[in-house]
Design a protein around this ligand. Structure first.
Ligand code: ATP
Ligand code: PH2
Length: 155
């Protein structure tokens, strides 16, 4: 079973309910066990700023799925919760990103692990540091807590 960390975000509709539904949908798969979850944090939109505030959280799962099966699964959950892909970085009912998958480093057309932007995003590092402070980012060779502190200092 692989230890995997996912980042969840929502800024449309009932944001907290959307996050709960996504966690329930993950748990509905035999190959996925949700092991831990951070608090839900309300965060300012990052990147494209003229959109509603987000609710973000991170979850720790154990899974037998391969990285690509897991990607297919999270995209399916996004679809089933009614997400419509319109603009990149735009408002969404639910977004599920694969942040870390064991200490895997993977660079495919459709999937980068670790998630390429995670170390630049406080809406990821803040909740992730609650549940995985000592987990190492395999490429940057720093723990989640160190990455969060670097970002807060503006490094
Ligand atoms: N680690 C990853 N987790 C989830 N999707 C990924 C990952 N790496 C690459 N992708 C690809 O990114 C595509 C677009 O994802 P999405 O629409 O959620 O982007 P976004 O949320 O607008 O931006 P970002 O990925 O920067 O958060 C997905 O269809 C998927 O193929
Ligand atoms: N605060 C916050 N900002 C974002 C988020 C998000 O989940 N939270 N997701 C984005 C695209 O993935 C772009 N900007």
């Amino acid at each position: 079973m692989a230890n995997v960390y996912l980042g969840l975000g929502s800024n449309l509709g009932d944001r907290e309910e959307n996050l709960e539904k996504a966690i329930d949908a993950l748990n509905d798969f035999d190959e996925i066990d949700v092991k831990d979850r951070s608090r839900v944090l309300e965060t300012e939109p990052y990147g494209k700023t003229d959109q509603p505030e987000f609710m973000n959280m991170c979850v720790a799962i154990k899974t037998r799925m391969s990285p690509l099966s897991l990607l297919e699964t999270v995209l399916g959950i996004e679809h089933s919760l009614g997400r419509v892909r319109e603009e990149v970085w735009g408002p969404r009912i639910i977004d599920i990103d694969i942040l870390l998958y064991e200490d895997l480093e993977l660079e495919l057309d459709d999937l980068s692990i670790p998630h390429k932007e995670m170390h630049k995003r406080s809406f990821v590092l803040e909740p992730l540091a609650e549940i995985a402070p000592d987990v190492k980012h395999p490429t940057l060779d720093k723990t989640v807590l160190e990455l969060k502190e670097d970002l807060e200092r503006g490094d």
